[in-house]
Design a protein around this ligand. Structure first.
Ligand SMILES: [Zn+2]
Length: 882
């Protein structure tokens, strides 16, 4: 394998292309096994390129070239060369010229679901990152932006609906045939990765939105026929996204029509193709008896995310794929802000941090760690990661914190003004932040370049006589792959000093302006901040709202944390104080279990929780989060090495059981009083009550499995919406009780025809926290409803197993690792992108105790030995082993 290692691509080698493509005209005749694409490209030499007389090298994969012509003259085969990945035209005119090509491809045989594919009778495309080259030969790189016109033709019966980017122009029959056509024109230049076309028998829901300048935009949501009654929420979400972007960022929609198409076979969550967003139908379809509160929230957020890309991603795109976080980090930040405005800001922040800790922190701590802007890659599809997306969003959030909301908005306006219609870089984005604020972000830029999660240690000292409070902060960033030595980061820390009465003190630091939302900036390895006029002993509350994505170690005693848990004006830190205490309790429980000692009731913590639960001014969703302990990944991440996931699980369950006992009366009261009356609605209050009710049920079941199982099973039988059904099943699947399998069986019998609910069934089965889980999951690979072709089904069963079932995946005999390796090896042949994504589930194996570490490594090696192996999987596995 070493001799044929796929090449690594480096950011430092970036060069502008020698040619640009000004316009593209495509004529696509759809056919299951022989789709013909005639493309006419207007090519010009790139004035910014230093390379002169370069041959024209176009990207192309899995294509059959039928003809190629320059300015109307067909080229003899001696003037060009075709390889499996390219078409090189040896000599081209030194002036603008026209290139005509005809290529053929087979959408039916495209199991990778990249490029044009046919699945469930629908022709669909996915071109990000490098799928367009599987449709026709092209300069398939984001810094080549072109104007596209597309004529689509298909059999009318097979594909009555024909869609592409931009505005609809003409449509009609092809005389003398049973075929028809549609012409689409996109007036905005775009890179090829934003190209999309869809053909098939689809139903449509329509609506409209009038922009603030008074333009009426037609809205369409396309779904499989019969599912029209599940589009309403997605449509509402489109309208609220459009309105929000106008208010929050001053951005209006720009085409006459905006379309969303939901398909069931899709590698990603959704894709922001200009004017024609293609969605995994899991993130479109919803009605109360088929979707949970979480589904509704995800649909709203993902519709918004893809819509927001129209400005951050499409109008201003990335110069190259190393800049992926330019569009993704920024757009995740935008969708997080949107959800915060639509629902509870405090709750959203906590949920986002939970996700960051469960997904991104382990990535940053393991062999797959990479900077928010990677410096190299083998396969770009492997960099659609939590680091690029979620940490990328944190970096944008930190700049907003440093600049303040108003200046940040001016900086964003400047970015849109300055770079509209361009393919930009991170440097250009950050320059807008600097130019609008006059603040240097030179050191801050390290957030884009240094990988790993900074650890900040805090020590506080109050001097009663001098009335000063000294806060000493130190930072440390551990080595990560390829980065042995690190420089100090620029860390914005929102802060408060909480006085004995529970109120924030007025802050006064010599030489620092901390008016407004107090934020201190740590740029040094160690620095002491002296607060003056501090008349009584304060409890510092730092990194409020999780202002920086760091691990914070404080010298706060448990009584200080309990005080913050009850009194902090920052709701994030109220929750965080509880999490810190809980992490400590689980850590202690691990030690006690190891030495065979009993685990006492966490009295003080339970009392603080009881006090919180009795505060009826608090949002029920917030209370549900207060009742939820840190995830097992979070606890394992804190331990950093020699992790025994089974022990972590047992310790966490013990603490949950003790809490359940201690809070029994409160939990029972919650269970009785939070039942939501009336018709289902996914609004924040009712969904919050359901979340609180299910959190209470979970703790009841943790302390008393029999009683919990009975309550959960009755809840399952009486449920009138999918949130309650899944809430009940999620509690039952964590228990070893007879009702569990009975409920799972009933669920499948009732919902076996709905593929999204069958996905949920597979996911629930995959999460049974028992060592025999690998066997159960392996058996399910032979279940009649399992499909190797469906990314959603694979993610439901295998993805859930590997990421949400630490006990099963890390079974002591290595059966979980072998199962994952076997699945990756088989899947790599048909869908390398999804195979590589699943292989990434090994990302924390180096922190495991020796026995499991060895077994995981063995499983990884078995993948690497396989031949042939895709570039995607090769990169993930070889980096994991390195
Ligand atoms: Zn995105």
């Amino acid at each position: 394998m070493d001799t044929e290692k796929p090449p690594t691509i480096h950011l430092r080698n970036y060069k502008p292309p020698a040619h640009l493509i000004e316009t593209v005209s495509l004529d696509v005749k759809l056919h299951a096994t022989d789709t013909r694409v005639r493309s006419t490209l207007a090519i010009v030499p790139n004035p910014k390129s230093s390379i002169k007389n370069a041959p024209l090298v176009l990207d192309g994969e899995n294509l059959t070239l039928h003809s190629v012509a320059i300015d109307g003259d067909r080229l003899p085969s001696s003037s060009y060369a075709v390889t499996p990945t390219s078409l090189t035209i040896k000599a081209t005119p030194r002036k603008p010229f026209r290139l005509d090509m005809e290529t053929g491809l087979s959408p039916k045989d495209n199991t990778e679901l990249s490029g044009l594919y046919l699945s469930n009778g629908i022709y669909c495309t996915q071109c990000e990152a490098e799928g367009f080259r599987r449709i026709t030969y092209f300069l398939d790189r984001p810094d080549v932006m072109s104007r596209f016109t597309v004529r689509l033709e298909a059999d009318r019966a097979e594909a009555p609906v024909l869609l592409a980017n931009g505005n609809p122009k003409t449509e009609g029959d092809v005389p003398g045939t049973n075929r028809h056509f549609a012409v689409w024109d996109d007036p905005f230049p775009k890179p090829a990765y934003l190209f999309a076309m869809v053909g098939g028998d689809l139903a449509v829901a329509t609506d409209s939105f009038t922009t603030r300048s008074g333009r009426k935009v037609e809205l369409r949501v396309y779904v499989e026929p019969g599912k029209e009654d599940r589009c309403a929420w997605a449509m509402e979400s489109i309208k609220s996204s459009m309105a929000w972007d106008e208010t929050a960022f001053g951005r209006e929609y720009d085409l006459d029509i905006f379309m969303v198409v939901a398909v069931s076979m899709f590698n990603m969550g959704a894709m922001e193709n200009k004017g024609l967003n293609v969605f995994n139908d899991k993130y479109v379809l919803a009605k109360p008896d088929s979707a949970t509160d979480l589904d509704y929230i995800n649909i709203e957020a993902i519709i918004a995310h893809e819509y927001f890309h129209n400005w951050t991603g499409n109008r201003i795109t990335c110069r190259d794929w190393f800049q992926l976080c330019l569009k993704e980090g920024l757009t995740v930040f935008r969708d997080q802000e949107f959800s915060s405005d639509m629902r509870s800001r405090a709750v959203k922040r906590i949920q986002d941090v939970r996700t960051l800790r469960a997904q991104q922190f382990p990535e940053d701590a393991g062999p797959l760690a990479h900077p928010v802007r990677p410096a190299s890659y083998i396969e770009i599809n492997n960099f659609y990661t939590a680091t690029v997306y979620e940490k990328g969003a944190e970096v944008v959030r930190m700049m907003k914190t440093l600049l303040g909301a108003e200046t940040f908005r001016r900086a964003m306006d400047l970015y849109f003004d300055r770079h509209d219609g361009e393919a930009a870089t991170i440097e250009q984005f950050v320059a807008c932040m600097e130019d609008a604020s006059g603040k240097s972000l030179k050191q801050f830029f390290r957030w884009y370049e240094q990988s790993g999660t900074p650890e900040v240690t805090m020590r506080g000292k109050w001097n009663a006589k001098a009335k000063t409070f000294d806060l000493t902060l130190s930072q440390k960033l551990a080595p990560t792959p390829g980065q042995a030595k690190k420089e100090p980061m620029h860390i914005p820390l929102a802060i408060g000093l909480v006085g004995p009465n529970g109120h924030d003190m007025q802050l006064d630091i010599a030489g620092t302006d901390i008016s407004g939302e107090p934020v201190i900036e740590l740029k040094e390895k160690t620095k002491t901040f002296r607060f003056r006029n501090v008349g009584s002993r304060p409890v510092p509350s730092i990194n409020r709202g999780f202002s920086a994505p760091i691990k914070l170690r404080t010298d706060l005693a448990q009584k200080d944390l309990l005080f913050l848990m009850g009194s902090d004006s920052d709701s994030f830190n109220r929750w965080e104080a509880g999490q810190t205490i809980a992490r400590g309790l689980i850590g202690d429980a691990i030690k006690k279990l190891k030495s065979g000692r009993g685990i006492a009731e966490p009295k003080a913590y339970a009392a603080a929780l009881r006090q919180t639960l009795s505060d009826d001014r608090l949002d029920p969703q917030f209370l549900s989060l207060m009742l939820t302990l840190p995830t097992e990944q979070d606890v394992a991440g804190e331990m950093a090495r020699n992790v025994d996931p089974a022990l972590v699980h047992r310790a966490r369950e013990k603490i949950r059981a003790r809490l359940g006992e201690a809070l029994d009366g409160d939990l029972t009261r919650i269970w009785r009083t939070t039942k939501v009356a009336g018709a289902y609605a996914p609004d924040p209050d009712s969904s919050g009550k359901r979340a609180l009710r299910h959190a209470a049920l979970g703790l009841i079941a943790a302390s008393d499995a029999k009683r919990g199982a009975k309550l959960a099973f009755d809840h399952f039988l009486s449920a009138t919406n999918m949130t309650d059904t899944i809430g009940a099943l999620s509690v039952l699947t964590q228990l070893d009780v007879p009702q569990r399998d009975e409920a799972l069986e009933q669920f499948l019998a009732a919902n076996g025809k709905d593929h999204l609910l069958v996905d949920k069934w597979f996911a629930l089965n995959a999460q049974l926290p028992f060592p025999e889980a690998p066997r159960r999951v392996r058996d399910l690979l032979d279940h009649p409803q399992f499909s190797w072709q469906s990314p959603n089904r694979l993610r439901s069963l295998i993805g859930s197993f590997a990421t949400l079932n630490p006990v099963g995946f890390h079974a002591e005999d290595g059966a979980g690792y072998r199962l994952l390796a076997d699945v990756v090896i088989r899947l790599d042949r048909s869908n390398p992108q999804v195979a590589a994504r699943l292989a990434g589930s090994f990302k924390s194996y180096k922190s495991l105790e020796a026995g499991r570490r060895t077994l995981a490594r063995k499983a990884l090696k078995s993948i690497l030995k396989t031949e042939p192996l895709s570039r995607d999987t090769y990169e993930i596995v070889s980096r994991s082993i390195a």
